[in-house]
Design a binder for this molecule. Structure first.
Ligand SMILES: Cc1cc2nc3c(=O)[nH]c(=O)nc-3n(C[C@H](O)[C@H](O)[C@H](O)COP(=O)(O)O)c2cc1C
Length: 179
């Protein structure tokens, strides 16, 4: 069994970047860790600690991630991901809440880390086409979010991911020593 397994879903590459950073930061040799795109996941690997990553899709994760989360038992799980919304702790908390309901009670939940991720130009253009047909003030706010998202995940976002990994790994170690 591996020590750590990073599984992620990423449509446009933001969450993949975060996943690769998390993989790099994991404190063990390559033979004890792995990283897998959910699309190629076949359920054959197992690990003491899972880092499961997703992109926010209508405020939650996608079905493939739900399947993985609900199939993990008696392990440690940490969540991570990217979303279009800005640096908003309460939004990140709602993403954690919406995904963690799928995690079994017999696992140890280590926490979550989210950051902003740039959104496709096509989505921006779609919103822009609503101008004049809806509340333009709200639309301007959405456009602002689109524009701040453009540079994310930033170097700082990735550095924070390292810190998150350190915290999760310390927790996992403590749990192991306690048993
Ligand atoms: C169809 C669709 C739905 C989305 N829904 C949300 C959402 O509910 N909340 C949010 O913050 N961002 C949302 N986003 C933005 C993505 O979560 C964000 O750009 C993320 O970083 C994409 O990650 P990826 O590059 O790993 O696919 C959505 C994007 C798309 C294309």
């Amino acid at each position: 069994m591996l020590k750590y397994l990073v599984i992620y879903a990423s449509e446009t590459g933001n969450t993949k970047k975060l996943a690769e950073e998390i993989y790099k930061a994991l404190p063990c040799s390559k033979k004890d860790k792995a990283i897998v795109d959910v699309r190629t996941w076949n359920g054959t690997m197992d690990a003491e600690t899972y880092f499961v990553g997703f992109w926010a899709n209508r405020g939650s994760c996608t079905l493939e991630i739900i399947d993985i989360l609900s199939s993990i038992n008696h392990r440690n799980i940490a969540l991570f991901g990217t979303c279009g919304m800005g640096n908003d702790k309460s939004y990140y908390a709602s993403l954690e809440q919406n995904a963690s309901v799928w995690i079994s009670d017999d696992t140890n939940f280590l926490g979550s880390y989210f950051c902003q991720g740039k959104m496709p130009e096509a989505l921006r253009a779609k919103y822009e086409s609503y101008r004049g047909k809806c509340d333009d003030y709200k639309l301007d706010k959405i456009m602002e979010i689109f524009d701040t998202a453009k540079s994310h995940p930033t170097r700082e976002d990735l550095q924070r991911a390292h810190q998150f990994v350190n915290e999760c790994c310390s927790q996992a170690k403590e749990l192991m020593l306690a048993h």
